[in-house]
Design a protein around this ligand. Structure first.
Ligand code: NAD
Length: 249
C-alpha cells in the first residue's frame, strides 16, 4: 500500500500509476483535490484521493488516516509534493515566497517523514520512503534561492531519517530529477520558463528533457525489493545534466 503526495499531477501522478500497475493500493494526496480524484479514478487498482496540504500537520494526518482507514496499513511513501516559487535574484526574493516554498517542500517532507516513521513503528517496523529532491539539491542556480534551499535541505532530512531508519528496517532515499516538463512551471507563473527549460534539455549530455515516467521508474526501484540494500542515497535522473558545469538560468 503506497501513499503519493502531490499525486494529482506530473511526477506524482506518474508514480501513482506506476505503483498501481505494480499492484499497490494507492492513496493520492494533493492540495488540489480534483486532480487527486481524477488520478485516483484512473488507477487500475483500489485507490483513494485525499485533499491535503502537506505543509500542515492536519493535511498529513488526513492522508495517513485515509490510508489506514481504507487499507489498514501503509508500506511505501513517495513524498513528492512541491512548488517552485517565484524565480528572482536574491535581492528581490520575497520572504513570504521563501516561507511558502520552505513550508511545502521542506516542512511538508519533514512532516511526511515523521508521520511515515510513526506509522511504520505502529506496524511491523519496516517500510520505505522516497522523497522527490531535485538537481537543485545538488548544484547552484542564481534565481531560485527558496527552491534550491528547500531542495538542499531535503538531503539532510533524507540522510538523517535513513540513519535512524536503518536499524529499524526503514529505507529512505531521494530521487533528483533534472528537467521534466510538468505543470510546476505554469503553477508558479512560469509557463514561458517551461519552454526555456525544455530547450535547455538540449544542452544535457542526453540532449533532451526527461519524462515523468522516467522518474516514476526510479521511484518504483527505490521503493521496491531490488533496492533492499539502498538507503540514504540520492539518485539523479537528469540525462547527465549534473555532470555539466553550467548554471541554470
Ligand atoms: P507538478 O506541479 O505537476 O506537481 C506538483 C503537485 O504538488 C501538484 O499536483 C500540486 O497541486 C501539488 N502540491 C503543491 N503544493 C502542495 C501542498 N502544499 N500540499 C499537497 N500537494 C501540493 O510538478 P512536478 O514537476 O510533478 O513536481 C513534483 C516534484 O518534483 C516536486 O517536488 C518538484 O520540486 C520536483 N521536481 C520537479 C522537476 C521538474 O523539472 N518538473 C525537477 C526536479 C524536481
Amino acid at each position: 500500500m503506497a501513499v503519493v503526495t502531490g499525486g494529482g499531477s506530473g511526477i506524482g501522478a506518474a508514480s501513482a500509476r506506476r505503483l498501481a500497475r505494480e499492484g499497490a493500493y494507492v492513496v493520492v494526496a494533493d492540495v488540489d483535490g480534483e486532480s487527486a480524484a481524477r488520478v485516483a479514478g484512473e488507477l487500475p487498482g483500489e485507490a483513494v484521493a485525499v485533499t491535503a496540504d502537506v505543509s500542515t500537520e492536519a493535511g498529513v494526518d488526513a492522508y495517513i488516516r485515509a490510508a489506514v482507514d481504507r487499507f489498514g496499513r501503509i508500506d511505501l511513501h513517495h513524498l513528492n509534493a512541491g512548488v517552485l516559487g517565484t524565480m528572482a535574484p536574491l535581492p528581490d526574493v520575497d520572504p513570504a515566497d521563501f516561507d511558502h516554498v520552505i513550508a511545502v517542500n521542506l516542512r511538508g517532507s519533514f512532516l511526511g517523514l515523521r508521520a511515515a516513521f510513526r506509522r511504520y513503528r505502529e506496524q511491523d517496523g519496516g517500510g520505505a520512503v522516497v522523497v522527490t529532491a531535485s538537481i537543485s539539491s545538488l548544484r547552484g542556480a542564481d534565481d531560485q534561492l527558496p527552491y534550491q534551499t528547500s531542495k538542499h535541505g531535503l538531503l539532510g532530512l533524507v540522510r538523517g531519517a535513513a540513519m535512524y531508519g536503518g536499524p529499524r528496517g526503514i529505507r529512505v532515499n531521494a530521487v533528483a530529477p533534472g528537467l521534466i516538463p510538468t505543470g510546476i512551471f505554469a503553477a508558479s507563473g512560469h509557463a514561458d520558463r517551461a519552454q526555456t527549460l525544455a530547450l535547455r534539455g538540449g544542452t544535457t549530455p542526453m540532449r533532451r528533457v526527461g519524462t515523468v515516467d522516467e522518474i516514476a521508474g526510479v521511484v518504483a526501484f527505490l521503493l521496491g525489493e531490488d533496492a533492499s540494500y539502498v538507503t540514504g542515497e540520492v539518485v539523479s535522473a537528469d540525462g547527465g545534466a549534473f555532470m555539466v558545469n553550467t548554471v541554470v538560468r
